[in-house]
Write a protein that binds this ligand. Structure first.
Ligand code: FES
Ligand SMILES: [Fe+2]
Length: 452
């Protein structure tokens, strides 16, 4: 029924009409969980968060709690954070270092390979049918990484992460692979809960530099950003596969005042070594990279500080849906490992002032997302009739903007970042996943997988 209703809006959705009821409907939220979040690659952690054997972190993969651990061979493994004895949550900490995880309920213990290694009074209580090797932690169906970014997928038959990311990898190489040693997470990720629909927050980063000049007006008044309503429009908006997209924002002249985003000049030979000519060209001119990996991973590579004292950083963020009107926001601060400690600390302080739960720019955005929710829950906003009176607008650039074929990176590039091309592409992919036919499920009875 819901699917039929969705099929009727397909065409209009592609033209940039988005029915507002899709932002607040509990059935849509349920369908999104099943068709999107249980089947796509979701970002879990960066490899630098698990430096040594025994290091672990706990995260959520859609609505499953998971634990990621580094084993003694240096491999990263991920398991459902639930004890296979009676299902208790095994690890209650956010992060730490342990060789053995002992369940708080009856004391079963597991090593960093997820193997069951200890049962309290086990020899006296269980018979021969109880084989310890069959009762390890349940592994996350798929775990793959690119440039240190670890993603999990609940669908064992999903396409590879490599295929899923597609041309986004070219841009990830610039942001994450330009320096020897790569990037590292500094501090622990900031986490808080906000009133918002996940689609709105994802599109805010992936597809909406247009909001910057109004929402973040205070930054102009403080002299942190230029007093030009078009300043976040210069550059290219690039549409990539699978609902991904990136905005490559430059200054009005097509260049950045800070070559290589204000990173030290001495790093240039290293960038030349690690990037190709086209990547270097894009990187040398960019002011900000801002974009998203569908469905709910966003990134922003920008500088904090005032002119002459600019410090680059990269932030990744996940908008984890907790309902149609609520999300958990998780923000990672990342920086080139090769930078001097003093630069890293200054950059981190600049980031904390502007982003994270108490950041000045962050508050501007969260206020708007909450207001969208408040304005989307009434009778008028939830009207589902097909007369298109109840739609919100994604028509920017639809029939008046052509791709710029001279852009040297992969993807379909438009010659301004003030356009809704990525947003429409996100809606298209969202729609495809939501209306996709069910896969045939083949079961072979009791096929409990152990960790061996
Ligand atoms: S639930 Fe974990 S040991 Fe019983
Ligand atoms: Fe914003």
């Amino acid at each position: 029924m819901l699917k039929e209703e969705l099929l009727q809006i397909k065409e209009k959705l592609e033209e940039g009409y988005f029915p507002q009821w899709l932002l607040s409907d509990p059935e849509i939220y349920k369908l999104e969980q099943e068709k999107i979040f249980y089947n796509t690659w979701l970002f879990l952690a960066h490899e630098s968060e698990l430096k040594k054997p025994g290091n672990f972190i706990t995260r959520m993969l859609a609505d499953d709690p998971v634990i990621l651990m580094k084993n003694k061979d240096g491999e990263i493994k991920a398991f459902l954070n639930s004890c296979p004895h009676r299902g208790a949550r095994l690890c209650t900490e956010d992060y730490g270092k342990k060789k053995t995880h002992t369940c708080p309920y009856h004391g079963w213990s597991f090593n960093t390979n997820g193997e069951l290694i200890g049962i309290v009074a086990g020899n006296k209580l269980y018979g021969e049918n109880m084989k310890k090797s069959e009762w390890g932690l349940r592994p996350v169906p798929r775990l793959e990484s690119y440039q240190g970014m670890i993603f999990g997928n609940l669908d064992p038959d999903a396409e590879s992460l490599d295929e899923f990311l597609g041309d986004m990898k070219w841009y990830f190489d610039i942001m994450l692979g330009r320096s020897d040693g790569g990037m590292e997470v500094r501090g622990v990720p900031h986490r808080w809960v906000a009133k918002a629909n996940w689609k709105m927050t994802s599109e805010n980063f992936a597809a909406d530099p247009y909001h910057v000049q109004t929402t973040h007006r205070s930054a102009v008044e403080l002299g942190l950003t230029p007093n030009d309503p078009l300043y976040a429009s210069y550059g290219h908006q690039v549409v990539l596969q699978n609902g991904h997209g990136i905005n490559i924002i430059t200054s009005a002249t097509g260049r950045s005042a800070n070559r290589y985003q204000g990173l030290p000049e001495s790093f240039e030979p290293m960038f030349e070594k690690n990037l190709n000519k086209e990547q270097l060209e894009v990187f040398s001119k960019v002011t900000n990279f801002v974009g998203g990996v569908f469905p709910n991973l966003s990134f922003l590579s920008s500088c904090s500080g005032t002119e002459g004292n600019k410090y680059n950083h990269l932030q990744f963020r996940v908008w984890r849906p907790l309902g149609p009107d609520k999300i958990e926001i998780i923000v990672w601060f990342m920086i080139d490992k090769a930078l001097p400690e003093e630069y890293k600390e200054k950059s981190y302080k600049g980031f904390i002032n502007t982003f994270g739960a108490a950041g000045t720019l962050e508050m501007d955005d969260t206020e708007n997302w909450a207001r969208i929710i408040e304005a989307s829950q009434g009778k008028m906003a939830r009207d589902r009739s097909l007369n298109y009176n109840n739609v919100i607008n994604y028509m920017m650039g639809y029939d008046n903007l052509k791709p710029d074929d001279s852009f040297i990176g992969p993807g379909t590039a438009y010659p301004t970042c003030y356009t809704d091309h990525i947003a429409r592409s996100m809606h298209k992919y969202w729609f495809e996943l939501l209306t996709k036919e069910e896969k045939e499920v083949v079961t072979d009875g009791f096929n409990y997988t152990n960790t061996k």
